[in-house]
Design a protein around this ligand. Structure first.
Ligand code: GLV
Ligand code: GLV
Length: 330
């Protein structure tokens, strides 16, 4: 019997995936709440054939160079900006992610932030708890209506489409900005592809669903917020660095836009002194869009299947860099 492949798993993930990993591999699992420090992770992978990483683990060229046997990095997330995919491909290392299974949970969270920020729900909850609630106020706590308004989606991929579909149920007009055309969104939802300037000018809700790359880093800056309506609600459930967070805080403080709902920040967590956290008109969720029992179980299963396929030389079920196939490490 050949020895089981050695793998390192950077956090306890749901049993639905961990069990598969344990059965087929000699697995070391990092059981702390916080991620393994970079230098330690680099040591840990030195004799590993596989790695299960989280979005909080930086998998760069130097780490890959320290892992000469590594065949696969299975990232427990749909986003993979934490992995240097080009460096992995150059070294013959497969990279996997967990798309599809978290689409609905993430779109639900974006929608939850959209309604919650538009209707000032979290602010209202704080108000109730603080003892300030004295009476029913005709002019108090006024938010924004949803029905019949316009949603602008930045990045009409799976999650952007799923949010747009929800908003279509609220009779919203759907605009989108993307490098690709989505015939599906246009046919199913009557969505219209527009340039970014038009989208920002016309949308009541602006929701970000692109991945983080060199084109999208810092995309939402001071000027972009100024282009939006003063009643606009801005939603980000993608990646924090797509937004210039200082500019967002200033736009919220000055009333340049009405409110924001964020599931992601830059950095994560934000510093306790971040001006954003002092503002009433922003909801800051701790990166929990995929955090439902069913979704996290499904992510764990795909993640484990990617890992095992990467180890055995099979195609990965969710393969970020299939172009590595002809030269993957055996
Ligand atoms: C979460 O942010 C993910 O990319 O899965
Ligand atoms: C509000 O509670 C209303 O009855 O209008």
């Amino acid at each position: 019997m050949t020895a089981k492949p050695r793998v390192f798993v950077t956090r306890i993930i749901p049993e639905a995936g961990l069990d598969l990993v344990r059965r087929h591999c000699e697995a070391e699992i990092w059981t702390e709440q916080l991620p393994p420090p970079y230098d330690l992770l680099r040591q840990k992978v030195a004799d590993c054939d596989g790695l299960v990483s989280l979005l909080t683990d930086r998998i760069d060229a130097a780490l890959l160079d320290a892992a000469p046997r590594l065949k696969v990095v299975s990232n427990y997330a749909v986003g993979f900006n934490n992995v240097d995919v080009k460096a992995a491909t150059e070294r013959g290392v497969c990279v996997g992610n967990t798309p599809g299974v978290l689409t609905d949970a993430t779109a639900d969270m974006a929608f939850c932030l959209l309604i919650g920020a538009a209707r000032r729900l979290v602010e209202g909850d704080r108000y109730s708890r603080s003892g300030q609630w004295k009476t029913w106020e005709p002019l108090g706590h006024l938010g924004q209506d949803l029905v019949g308004r316009t949603l602008g989606v930045i990045g009409m991929g799976r999650i952007g489409y799923a949010l747009a579909k929800r908003c279509k149920g609220w009779d919203m007009t759907i605009l989108y900005h993307d490098v690709y055309r989505s015939e599906k969104a246009e046919q199913d939802l009557g969505a219209r592809q527009v340039d970014l300037d038009t989208l920002l000018r016309e949308s009541d809700f602006v929701s970000v669903h692109t991945d983080l790359n060199e084109q999208t880093r810092g995309l939402f800056n001071e000027q972009r917020f100024k282009q939006m309506k003063r009643t606009a609600v801005f939603i980000n459930s993608a990646r924090g660095p797509i937004v210039d967070q200082k500019a967002l805080a200033e736009a919220l403080r000055s009333g340049t836009i009405f409110a924001a709902g964020l599931d992601v920040t830059d950095p994560e967590p934000p510093s306790p002194n971040d001006p954003l956290l002092q503002l009433p008109n922003v909801i800051v969720a701790p990166h929990i869009a995929s955090a439902t029992v069913g979704t996290r179980n499904a992510m764990a299963e795909i993640c484990a299947r990617n890992l095992l396929a990467g180890l055995s030389g099979e195609p990965l079920p969710a393969w970020v860099n299939p172009e590595v196939a002809p030269k993957r490490r055996r």
